[in-house]
Design a protein around this ligand. Structure first.
Ligand code: RUB
Length: 307
């Protein structure tokens, strides 16, 4: 499991960050891992896959896209009549590639719709680093639109800098602000675009800490707030009444060398209620947050089975 442990550790340390990148790296690691396995039968193959799943799931708790991807690959193996390890390795490889292909197709569809929402002279605010949002902004730029973006720093670990670097590289006019300046600038922006780590069965979204404050500020300023997200960020466990787990990270991210005795809390994500979201832009179109569960059931029925 060494290669899987290395990938999990990279995810945990945020060397790989953002739900889509985390899922992609986990899928690739799983595919490579199965190729290196020396097992005699399907039972041993599945045991190894389950071990890898456990390690990857524990890397970060608020990552349903990665979980859904791994569950999907396992589902394919478990439901296959194939018994030969070599054939099962090929099956994992095909399932991984198919999943990655459909993820890429989704992001392209989301980017196209996101770009349709952006007009020339738009000012857009974003929070943290979402590869999906950046993809849409780049697409809008490629579609010939001239607009600007305000991005937050996204304390404590400054993912906003990744956003800023990528946008600048794409030639998009970008301004960085501290997180607490969001309300100050909200009246100037035409819309907020953010990504998601998880979508619950009620249509609430979980994203980088501070997103719900950005949504509140947008609501007060009557600025449209859109979430750009692949449908498979839906957390199926929430259908059964469970809450999506919110990851809490180490204190040193907030204050390295803080005075002894000081208590520091560092939740990585927060929940933005559906009432503050104008729409979720996903591969099925622009949909209302409460309809996500139904659309997932229609498009990805397997996602609700064997949770
Ligand atoms: C990243 C974050 C992103 C979502 C969506 O948090 O909150 O907005 O993951 O990203 P962290 P994407 O840096 O803690 O992983 O659109 O790339 O899936």
């Amino acid at each position: 499991l060494e290669s899987i442990r290395i990938t999990s550790e990279r995810i945990r340390r945020l060397e790989v960050q953002g739900a889509r990148n985390v899922a992609i790296s986990a899928i690739k690691a799983l595919e490579e891992f199965t190729k290196s396995l020396k097992v005699r039968n399907k039972k041993e193959f599945l045991q190894n896959l389950l071990g890898a799943k456990e390690t990857l799931f524990n890397a970060r708790p608020t990552e349903p896209l990665m979980r859904n991807a791994i569950r999907h690959i396992l589902y394919k193996v478990e439901n296959s009549e194939e018994e030969r390890p070599k054939a099962l390795v090929d099956l994992v490889s095909i399932a991984s590639k198919e999943f990655l292909k459909s993820l890429q197709k989704s992001v392209e569809e989301i980017a196209k719709m996101g770009s349709n929402r952006i007009s020339s002279s738009s000012k857009i605010l974003t929070h943290c680093h979402s590869s999906t949002v950046n993809y849409a902004l780049k697409r809008a730029k490629d579609d010939g639109k001239i607009f600007e973006v305000i991005c937050t720093e996204s304390r404590p670990v400054f993912q906003g800098r990744i956003t800023a670097r990528e946008l600048l590289k794409s030639g998009i006019k970008t301004t960085m602000i501290v997180d607490s300046a969001v309300r100050f600038f909200m009246n100037e922006v035409d819309m907020v675009l953010v990504g998601a780590d998880a979508i619950t069965s009620e249509g609430n979204i979980v994203n980088k800490i501070g997103t719900s404050l950005v949504a509140l500020a947008a609501h007060e300023a009557r600025t449209p707030f859109y979430v750009l997200s692949e449908l498979l960020k839906f957390d199926p466990l929430t259908t059964y009444g469970e809450y999506t787990k919110i990851e809490e990270r180490g204190a040193s991210e907030v204050w390295e060398g803080a005075p002894p005795g000081l208590m520091i809390r560092n939740p990585a994500f927060d929940v933005t209620r559906k009432d503050f979201i104008h729409g979720i832009v996903c591969e099925d179109g622009m949909i209302s947050p409460p309809s996500v569960a139904e659309v997932v059931r229609r498009r990805y029925p397997w996602a609700l089975k064997n949770i």
